[in-house]
Design a protein around this ligand. Structure first.
Ligand code: URP
Ligand code: ZN
Ligand code: ZN
Length: 461
């Protein structure tokens, strides 16, 4: 199958020019002007005049079909990857979970089972490690050799995911020695646990107490500690879902010293704020995620961090739970509200609109933050994350001028609310190719569950 995309404005992390792209099979074969006259017969031509042609988005932080908080996230690999594609994301890196007593491989196999036959776009896995006695340490290399080259460790959720500092140190040392990367959920979960129990005992049970019991200092302390342990372990570290300026200052200080410290933030921490918890009804439960939404003062500071490269990636932490029946599990106790929110479909348009259209970042930086940087950090580049000869033909034809209104009534995520209900954004994903196949054609679904493949990722360099 040969496809020719003509006259698109090709934007990568570094380029911006108008040209044609010839796709042969799954990869980009040729880029140049007026290719029609030299390439001969093709199976399909797509006119991209007036459109951006960008590398498919890479969302390195999703939770499809995650058992959490007494229920499971409402998107599985079929619905979640289809929604991702509609929003211009062609690769996700999802989090498999190792439960206590499980071998790391056994845990990974469960997530392979969840994704196979369902994912409509390519996917990789990080592994959440919760139980790492010394005899399991060599298993980390085993996973790295299979292309699962990053691990998530939690400083929060005691009794569920939290691991102690010694385990973090050992995991970072071992992973670092073999080209693996540790992703840290950095929050002081032990202090938070005390605050949560105290609030509940005082009858403070509404959603707003979720935010009030997870102060920014608890996140900043976690980030500081994660960086210090990584430095002692002589390993890189990647801070996930960084939400506030207090935490960003820790990353900034480390990067100023030249340490290999990386961090992502998410659209919700750039665009939504803690006033959403204030209503007396239960609506605030829609925004119960960890870390919580912060004071809006943080927003422009995080954007500045993105501009200055102290933050390298925008992921979503897509972890949806329906308001009905799932978020409602915590109606009488905020600590029982399943933590997480939807977003995989909205990321590219939200960041294009609030970043590029509103003048906070340029076009190249938009591509870098939503695709290229994640590809580089997580061992996918240059197969993914750019538009280049030999790269996978994961391409998004993006209409920079069209507007859309975000709504649960029209989104494709399997969740009964939108965190951005009624928001108008300029910049819409029109057509999406995944390894050369058109999976979204002018807004129409053409993809197929199971066509997405597992991507064996390279090591961190
Ligand atoms: O609230 C969140 N973020 N849920 C997903 C789990 C995590 O910590 O990323
Ligand atoms: Zn987390
Ligand atoms: Zn997460």
């Amino acid at each position: 199958m040969r496809t020719l995309i003509t006259n698109g404005q090709i934007v990568t992390a570094v380029d911006n020019y108008v040209a044609d792209i010839l796709i042969d099979g799954e990869t980009i074969a040729l880029i140049g002007r007026d290719l029609r006259s030299i390439v001969g017969e093709v199976d399909r031509t797509i006119d991209a005049s007036g459109r951006l042609v960008i590398p498919g988005g890479i969302d390195p932080h999703t939770h499809m079909d995650l058992p959490f908080g007494g229920t499971s996230s409402s998107d599985d690999f079929e619905t979640g990857t289809r929604a991702a594609a509609f929003g211009g994301t062609t690769t996700i890196i999802d989090f498999a979970v190792q439960y206590h007593g499980q071998a790391l491989n056994e845990a990974l196999d469960v997530w392979f089972g969840k994704a196979q036959g369902k994912a409509a776009i390519d996917y990789g896995f990080h592994l959440i490690v919760t139980d790492l006695p010394d005899n399991r340490l060599p298993e980390l290399k085993g996973l790295i050799d299979q292309g699962v080259t990053s691990f998530k460790l939690f400083m929060a959720y005691p009794g569920v995911f939290l691991v102690d500092d010694g385990t973090i140190f050992k995991a970072m040392t071992e992973a670092g020695n073999h080209g693996g990367l540790v992703c840290m959920h950095a929050e002081n979960g032990v202090v938070i646990d005390v605050l949560v129990k105290r609030a509940i005992a005082e009858g403070k049970t509404g959603p707003k107490y979720h935010a009030l019991t997870r102060p920014t200092k608890a996140e900043a302390e976690g980030v500081h500690r994660a960086i210090a342990i990584a430095e002692m372990a002589n390993s890189p570290v990647y801070i996930v879902h960084l939400s506030c300026y207090d935490a960003l200052m820790e990353v900034q200080a480390a990067r100023d010293l030249g340490l290999p410290v990386f961090a992502e933030t998410c659209p919700q921490y750039l665009l939504l704020d803690d006033s959403l918890y204030q209503s007396d009804d239960f609506e605030g439960a829609k925004y119960v995620m960890t870390p919580p939404l912060r004071d809006r003062e943080n927003h422009e500071r995080l954007w500045r961090g993105l501009r200055g490269n102290d933050l390298q990636v925008i992921s979503t932490d897509h972890c949806p739970f329906c308001f009905k029946e799932q978020k409602e599990l915590g109606r009488d106790d905020f600590s029982k509200i399943p933590n997480g929110g939807p977003g995989v479909e909205n990321r590219m348009s939200l960041i294009y609109h609030h970043g590029v259209v509103e003048g906070r970042i340029g076009l190249n930086r938009f591509v870098e933050l939503t695709s290229t940087a994640a590809a580089r950090i997580f061992g996918l580049f240059p197969k993914k994350g750019t538009v280049a000869v030999g790269s996978d033909a994961d391409l998004v034809i993006f209409d920079p001028d069209r507007e859309q209104t975000i709504s649960a009534a029209t989104h494709h995520m399997r969740v009964d609310y939108s965190a951005y209900e009624g928001w108008k954004v300029k910049g819409v994903t029109e057509t999406v190719l995944s390894r050369g196949r058109v999976i979204v054609d002018n807004g129409q679904w053409q993809g197929k569950a199971g066509d997405g493949g597992f991507i064996k990722r390279g090591t961190f360099s």
